[in-house]
Design a protein around this ligand. Structure first.
Ligand SMILES: C[S@@+](CC[C@H](N)C(=O)[O-])C[C@H]1O[C@@H](n2cnc3c(N)ncnc32)[C@H](O)[C@@H]1O
Length: 218
């Protein structure tokens, strides 16, 4: 494994500015999975774009390698694995995985320590000539990625392709080590979720209908 230094200066700037439009779209999609009584631990929270989209009753615990926002639990996952010593039942990993040196070690720790918790995470597949040298962990194919994640996530569900040209997806599942079996890709209706969730006006970030923004698997 090549030693990589997390670019803290870069991430401080990122955390201070408004999250990118595409990150907010991703945040809105993720927000529909979160219920009003959930406690959310957001790994790589950055500018915390999702926070204002969640019902006010949701408890939100931001985790990041930089302390730009109050109450952030600060940890650099490229140096150590640590999580807040507080109860939470939902874990978010939106846009974090490409910046981790040791993805396997990260998921081993996460699934062992947080087994049974609901996780929403994004990941990219099929190297597509990325020029950004900071980005890592793009799997060679979707199959390769699914095989990897299903070692640590049960009921692995492909929610949507979240980038029009690139193979980037949002996944949901439950953390836990169930062996090496590739989980079937189950299809979940987002419309069901959207309709069953309360406070959805707050969650809506963009007026473009979801179906036009993302490719859903249902
Ligand atoms: C692409 S941004 C995504 C931010 C946010 N999740 C969103 O979707 O708007 C990646 C985030 O991961 C954080 N990050 C990068 N490397 C990290 C590391 N080694 N340990 C902890 N956080 C890290 C950055 O500070 C940044 O907030």
């Amino acid at each position: 494994m090549t030693e990589h230094l997390t670019n803290l200066k870069h991430w401080s700037k990122v955390a201070r500015r408004q999250p990118r439009y595409t990150w907010l779209l991703r945040a809105e999609l993720a927000s529909y999975f979160i219920r009003s009584n959930d406690v959310v631990c957001d790994l790589g929270a950055g500018g915390q774009g999702i926070r204002s989209l969640l019902p006010e009753s949701v408890e939100y615990i931001p985790v990041d390698c930089v302390r730009e926002h109050e109450n952030t639990f600060v940890v650099d996952f490229n140096k150590e694995f640590a999580l807040p010593d507080r109860p939470f039942n939902v874990i978010l990993c939106l846009g974090l995985l490409p910046y981790l040196d040791d993805l396997q070690g990260f998921f081993e720790n996460l699934s062992a320590q947080q087994s049974g918790k609901f996780i929403l995470f994004s990941s990219g597949f099929a190297k597509d000539g990325q020029t950004n040298r900071r980005v890592k962990n793009e799997f060679n194919s979707v199959e390769e990625g699914l095989e990897f994640f299903s070692r640590y996530v049960e009921n692995l569900t492909t929610v949507a392709q979240i980038h029009k040209e690139r193979q980037r997806f949002l996944f949901s599942g439950t953390l836990g080590t169930s062996g090496n079996n590739v989980a079937p890709i189950t299809k979940r209706s987002l419309s069901e979720l959207v309709n069953s969730n309360e406070n959805n006006r707050r969650r809506r970030f963009s007026r473009t209908p979801m179906a036009k923004r993302f490719r859903f698997f249902y």
